[in-house]
Design a protein. Structure first.
Length: 235
C-alpha cells in the first residue's frame, strides 16, 4: 500500500500554456491575467494497494483440495483518489466593457459567497444573488477564477490472476472497473451572471450557478463506471 498527498497552488499568466487565452488583451490591464491556473487543485490525496488474497497453496485458507486450485493466485488492486475542485470565473456580459477579446467579470455584491453545493438543473451550487451584471464601462469586482467547483472522489478496482501453463508460458486474466462506485464527477457550474433574471422577486438563474454536466478523468470522455476485461500471454 502507498499513499501520496499534494498541497499546492499554481499561479501564472493565463496564456497559451493554460487552456484559456488571456482574460484581458489591453496592455494597461495585462497584470489582471495573473491568476490561479484552471487545473489547480489545492488538495490531492491518493491511496493505492495491491493485495494478494490469502487463499490457496502457501496460505492458511483453502490451502489444499479443489478449492485451492480455484482460489490460488488472485490479486486485488485498488486506487482511491480525492481531489478538491478547480477554479472558475463568474462572468458578465462584455457589452458595456467594449474591450475586444477580453472577458468581463461580474460584480460581487456580497462580501462572502455561500457555497450551497447542489447539483442539477434549477439547483444552485453557490449563491447566485452574491453577484450582479456589470453595465458600466469597467471591469467587474469579482476576481478571475475566484470560486472553486466541486471536488472529485474516485475508486478504481481491479482483480487479476496469473495461470502457469508451462515453464515458458503464463496467462494473466484481468478484470478492471474504473469509477467502480459509479460516483458522478460534477463539472463546474455555469458562471455567466447575465443569464440570471430577477423579475418581481422571482429568481430564474437559467443555468447560472447550476451544475448541468460532469467532467471526466481522461477516459474517452466517459465519466460513468467502465468495465474492462483482458488476457495477457507471457512467454
Amino acid at each position: 500500500m502507498e499513499a501520496s498527498y499534494t498541497w499546492s497552488k499554481v499561479i501564472g499568466y493565463a496564456i497559451n500554456s493554460d487552456s484559456n487565452p488571456n482574460f484581458v488583451q489591453a496592455l494597461p490591464y495585462y497584470r489582471m491575467n495573473r491568476v490561479v491556473a484552471d487545473y489547480d487543485r489545492t488538495h490531492m490525496f491518493h491511496v493505492s494497494n495491491i493485495w494478494d488474497l490469502p487463499f490457496g497453496r502457501g496460505h492458511r485458507l483453502a490451502a489444499s483440495g479443489a478449492l485451492s486450485n480455484l482460489a490460488s493466485g488472485w490479486q486485488i488492486t485498488q486506487l482511491w483518489s480525492f481531489y478538491t475542485g478547480t477554479p472558475f470565473t463568474v462572468t458578465s456580459s462584455g457589452t458595456s466593457l467594449n474591450l475586444p477579446n477580453s472577458s468581463q467579470r461580474a460584480d460581487q455584491i456580497k462580501p462572502q459567497v455561500q457555497i450551497l453545493g447542489n447539483a442539477g438543473r434549477n439547483m444552485w451550487y453557490f449563491d447566485p444573488l452574491a453577484f450582479a451584471p456589470v453595465t458600466d464601462p469597467r471591469f467587474g469586482t469579482a476576481g478571475y477564477r475566484s470560486l472553486r467547483g466541486p471536488g472529485i472522489v474516485n475508486w478504481d478496482f481491479g482483480l487479476m490472476r496469473s495461470f502457469r501453463m508451462s515453464e515458458r508460458f503464463q496467462l494473466q486474466f484481468r478484470a478492471e472497473a474504473f469509477n467502480f462506485s459509479n460516483t458522478p464527477h460534477f463539472a463546474n457550474p455555469g458562471g455567466n451572471v447575465s443569464n440570471m433574471d430577477v423579475t418581481g422577486g422571482v429568481v430564474k438563474t437559467n443555468g447560472f450557478s447550476e451544475i448541468t454536466g460532469v467532467t471526466n478523468l481522461a477516459r474517452d470522455g466517459i465519466d460513468e463506471r467502465q468495465f474492462r476485461l483482458g488476457l495477457k500471454l507471457r512467454f
